[in-house]
Design a protein around this ligand. Structure first.
Ligand code: NAP
Length: 674
């Protein structure tokens, strides 16, 4: 039997007499034991005084690299986790969502951290705001890590993914965490947690682990702390109403249960590819992880005429699903996590039995396990609700197992109405090939669902599945689903940071954010900046080029050479009739090319490549006879590889009257050495 120690203030603490037993979902045997009375004050103090400062001493990119190393470390040892996985009743495929899914999420945050966050301590949120006419007073929203601790309370169904999808954005933000996994499957979370500690990759105090009760942890939290909860709506309600949390304004993020649905579009006929797709997705969502997925489809909303064909097709698939011991290769659906969970699902199904009729009830005699009655096996069941408008409980009660209910709709508006009766869900899917159907559902159901998954013949080969939350997209939903929004790339990191509206002069803003902004001091470089290495280039290094007169000949030559003979460049009368131009004008692309000719230093040097150009705007027409000059300023530097980094330059193009005619951001890769 596994003895699961807690990890508090940098040391492992053995289970004590408050420890609880954990059972195999398959045999019912006790497989692990964990829980200890912990000094929560000491744990918070350790996180805030040791973990927080150590994490904040690193910049976003260092923390992102730490996440990548951590994900690689876990990936190399994941078979140890797969070995424990069947104890929870999960098949290898279920485990893949949990284990590989969790590690993959960490990898995504590691790469997003380097791509979408600065190599510094202050994250920019949105663009610069011009707050004064003369440009001497600006505003910029920034985000900085909270100085408290994140308390993660996780659900039993995805012990590894649930822990890693919360830890990745928290650690990337620079905030230490205290993790409390659900007791039923804590042995899996514990094993993954232990690996992270053993890796030595995390600074002391960055993570701690509670097994069992959280004691008075929540009562001790303050305004810089965050509780991120995943679990049932009832527990969320209990925890979020904690008076200390309310009084001190502690952030509370909740991912709760949800009556998710899938809608079959009215365009889908029996022989359309979308019909099979719908049936497959629904059956898969009902049986993956034995229906214990927060995103599983609970309500199947179909046109009235399709009720029987869809019901028959799903029932046929469910009948083929082999249920049994998850270690058997033939098993497609394992057991629920515990007998208590099985009893809970049966009770919930009974609670709305008066509103539905059974379509298919799986046969317990087909369960392939040594002693089926010892495990928490529950075959899938499919119901139909003839009058979803009159029904109430089937829209409210989440039976967290392999069960779903078919509901007929009259028209699209009715389908949306039924979908929204769940009171707020994590995900609604719509299987349709008709773009009008998809748009209508997004418009009429969007406010009630955190995610809308649209699938058809075009995307079905690559679509990731109704039930898969992706680290790039937000995961959460309104109302009943908790109102939370996890992941979603850097959006998920923001839960652990404070947004600050910073106001000041361009010089001040530039210094605070570590980027040059228009109006901040310009610095004379010792030589042409294209001859300086990455480290020698200073933010604010500026060159002002010579002028170049643009002739009609230049314009005609460029037009012939490129084939761009648009009338604004070639036809005086037509150009003059256009409200934007005084007459024939230079091509914008000609200006860009001449600009490069003006600012480039041609000799081989540390500048390796021009990799792009952002935010280009042409602001004033340039006529033949005008003179063009460029101001080029080093705006932002980011290390990219061992050999070179990215330097972004602000390029502003002016005419002979020093009026701005164009502006853009130029991206270059610059070597660290010559
Ligand atoms: P749960 O019973 O609500 O428990 C969730 C977590 O809260 C567990 O870690 C549990 O610990 C802890 N907890 C319970 N009472 C507590 C208290 N008084 N103080 C501190 N912590 C407490 O939910 P579950 O049965 O584990 O998970 C199933 C539910 O989670 C389903 O309803 C499902 O829809 C939902 N879920 C939602 C998402 C999502 O992302 N929205 C994801 C997965 C699951 P113990 O285990 O020690 O009691």
């Amino acid at each position: 039997m596994l003895q699961l120690g807690a990890y508090a203030a940098g040391r492992w603490i053995d289970p004590d007499d408050s420890a609880r037993n954990m059972h195999s979902a398959v045999t019912g045997a006790v497989v692990a034991r964990g829980g200890a009375r912990l000094d929560m004050g000491e744990m918070i103090d350790h996180a805030v005084t040791v973990g927080g400062p150590a994490l904040r001493a690193m910049d976003f990119h260092q923390r992102a690299r730490m996440l990548k190393a951590l994900a690689q470390y876990l990936d190399g040892r994941k078979e140890e986790l797969y070995a424990l996985n069947p104890l929870s009743g999960a098949t290898r495929a279920d485990g893949w969502i949990d284990i590989d899914g969790g590690i993959g999420t960490m990898f995504v945050f590691a790469s997003k951290g380097r791509r979408d966050m600065p190599e510094g301590q202050i994250h920019l949120d949105g663009d610069l705001e011009q707050l004064s006419r003369g440009g001497t007073f600006l505003g910029q929203h920034v985000a900085v890590p909270l100085h408290g601790v994140a308390v993660h309370i996780n659900a039993f169904n995805f012990p590894v993914w649930g822990m890693l999808e919360k830890l990745a954005p928290t650690l990337l933000a620079g905030v230490p965490a205290i993790v409390k996994p659900a007791t039923a499957t804590a042995y899996l979370a514990h094993a993954a947690f232990r690996m992270m500690i053993d890796s030595g990759l995390l600074p002391d105090g960055a993570v701690q682990l509670v097994i069992g009760s959280t004691g008075d942890l929540l009562d001790r939290l303050g305004p810089q702390d965050v509780v991120s909860f995943t679990g049932s709506a009832d527990t969320a309600f209990l925890l979020r109403s904690n008076p200390s949390l309310l009084r001190r304004g502690t952030r509370f993020i909740a991912e709760q249960d949800s009556l998710n649905c899938s809608i079959l579009g009215p365009d889908v006929t029996h022989d359309a590819p979308e019909f099979d797709l719908f049936v497959k997705e629904v059956a898969r969502e009902m049986t993956a992880k034995a229906g214990q997925k927060c995103t599983a489809i609970r309500r199947i909303i179909v046109p009235r005429a399709m009720l029987d064909p869809v019901g028959d097709a799903i029932a046929a698939r469910l009948a083929q699903t082999r249920i049994g011991d998850p270690v058997l290769e033939t098993t497609r659906m394992g057991a629920l996590v515990s007998k208590a969970q099985k009893a809970d699902v049966s009770e919930k199904l009974a609670a709305f039995a008066g509103e539905v009729q059974p379509v298919f009830i799986g046969d317990t005699l087909t369960i392939e396990a040594e002693a089926p009655e010892a495990g928490a096996f529950l075959p899938p069941s499919l119901y139909r609700c003839a009058d979803p408008d009159a029904a109430t409980r089937v829209h409210e009660i989440e039976a967290f197992g392999p069960a779903a209910t078919l509901m007929p709709y009259r028209d699209l508006a009715h389908a949306a109405q039924i979908a929204n009766r769940g009171g707020g869900s994590l995900v609604a899917s719509v299987i349709t090939h008709d773009t009008d159907v998809a748009r209508s559902i997004v418009q009429h159901s969007g406010p009630w669902h955190g995610r809308i998954y649209i699938n058809d013949r075009d995307s079905m080969g690559e679509a990731t599945g109704h039930g898969s939350p992706l680290p790039h997209m937000t995961h959460g939903g309104p109302g009943r689903a908790g109102g939370g929004e996890e992941m979603g790339g850097i959006r998920g990191v923001m839960h652990y940071m404070q947004r600050v509206a910073v106001q000041g002069s361009p010089r001040m803003i530039s210094a605070v954010i570590g980027q040059w902004v228009t109006g901040a001091p310009e610095i004379d470089p010792p030589t042409h900046p294209f001859q300086l290495t990455f480290d020698e280039i200073e933010i604010g290094h500026t060159i002002n080029t010579d002028k170049r007169i643009i002739t009609l000949d230049d314009i005609e030559h460029f037009a012939r050479f490129t084939g761009d003979t648009f009338y604004a460049h070639m036809d005086e009368a037509a150009a003059a009739a256009n409200p934007f131009f005084p007459g024939r004008v230079a091509h914008g692309y000609l200006l860009l090319s001449f600009a490069a000719g003006l600012f480039v230093q041609p000799d081989p040097g540390p500048v390796l490549a021009n990799t792009g150009l952002n935010a280009l705007s042409f602001q004033k027409p340039v006529s033949p006879g005008d003179a063009l000059w460029v101001r080029l300023t080093a705006r932002r530097k980011t290390r990219r590889t061992e050999a070179y980094g990215e330097v972004r330059w602000n390029a502003t193009l002016y005419n002979q009257n020093d009026e701005q005619v164009a502006e853009y951001e130029l991206l270059t890769m610059v070597a660290y050495s010559r």
